[in-house]
Write a protein that binds this ligand. Structure first.
Ligand SMILES: Cc1cc2nc3c(=O)[nH]c(=O)nc-3n(C[C@H](O)[C@H](O)[C@H](O)COP(=O)(O)OP(=O)(O)OC[C@H]3O[C@@H](n4cnc5c(N)ncnc54)[C@H](O)[C@@H]3O)c2cc1C
Length: 287
């Protein structure tokens, strides 16, 4: 299984953008849309689908995040070389949408889950207000390595499974699927009101799994389903243990080719993103 909690995007085609909060909008009890823009957004170029970026936040006591400027070498390498108690807090988020406004300026929507567990990103989002600034390491070309939703050639149908953190990516990916392509989609959210209207030209069958309605949210929802015939592509993202279990089910029990399954651990229950990165680094050195 591939995992992305350890991965901050590399240098080119990424650079630092200094963005301003333009407005915020509550999409449901658990999700807040923050629209960013301003002159600092010039040159931002999202590839859509599950395009991710790194949100950079100051540590307590710092006014500005301490981050490498970019340039040659990998940004992540330079960031890791800074002392741990000084370097900026980095968190991955998805570009839900990018728009060009009539005046030529760019707007970017990020949808934050307000998970209430005290993480710096969720905490920042809860109090974000127009005029606040946010530094991000974001894409400068649409075709970049932080877009991972890539159905290979000869895909007959698509399977998507996402929790609320991966809902922005799933929603953006659905918007890009070809007309009429069959898709089976399971979207998990905490509350009934967190469900969203989704746009797609695909022939998508969308099942909402709402936790406060008692929905079965583990691998059983997919295990019980009759899936379309033909060659699949699967994209699974969300909490690490659920992603791992479903990856295992699709590859070992359903016979999906591993190359046709993109699995991404977006967060780990009980671990901050830093702690999750450490666990992944240890797992990688052991394998
Ligand atoms: C490629 C990628 C794209 C992502 N896109 C989005 C996105 O668009 N929107 C989004 O909201 N998240 C997204 N995430 C997930 C987000 O990066 C994590 O949830 C991150 O841990 C949040 O940082 P934090 O500072 O709030 O909490 P952290 O400091 O990382 O964690 C603090 C505590 O909160 C817990 N926690 C973290 N996230 C959640 C959660 N969602 N629900 C319950 N508990 C949680 C942790 O387990 C830990 O115990 C994405 C992750 C990746 C890898």
């Amino acid at each position: 299984m591939t995992s992305t909690t350890a991965t901050a995007p590399e240098a080119a085609p990424f650079r630092l953008f200094d963005l301003a909060v333009l407005r915020t909008r509550r999409l449901g009890p658990s999700i807040l849309r923050i629209t960013l823009g301003g002159p600092g957004a010039e040159g931002f170029s999202s590839g859509g689908r599950d395009q991710s970026l790194s949100v950079l936040l100051p540590r307590p006591g710092q006014r500005e995040p301490v981050a490498p400027a970019g340039g040659s070498g990998t940004w992540t390498g330079k960031w890791r070389a800074l002392p741990e108690d000084v370097r900026t807090v980095a968190r991955s988020y998805t570009v839900r949408a990018q728009r060009l406004r009539a005046d030529g300026s760019t707007e970017v929507d990020l949808d934050f889950v307000l998970h209430g567990d005290g993480g710096p990103a969720s905490r920042w989002a809860m109090t974000a207000a127009p005029g606040d600034r946010l530094k991000v390491l974001g894409p400068t070309v649409a075709d970049n390595a932080a877009v991972r939703f890539r159905p290979p050639a000869h895909t007959d149908w698509v399977l998507i499974r996402a929790d609320e953190t991966a809902l922005p990516a799933a929603a953006a990916a659905l918007e890009r699927l070809p007309t009429g392509l069959p898709a089976r989609v399971w979207l998990e959210v905490p509350h009934t009101e967190d469900r969203q209207a989704l746009n797609t030209a695909a022939k998508a069958r969308i099942s909402w799994l709402v936790r406060n309605e008692g929905a079965v949210c583990d691998v059983e929802a997919v295990r019980a389903a009759e899936l379309p015939g033909g060659t699949p592509y699967a994209w699974i993202a969300g909490e690490a243990s659920g992603v791992r279990a479903l990856h295992h089910h699709l590859v070992r029990e359903r016979g999906f080719e591993p190359a046709r399954v993109t699995s991404a651990a977006y967060w780990r229950r009980g671990l901050s993103a830093e702690q999750a990165r450490e666990v992944e680094a240890k797992t990688q050195t052991q394998t």
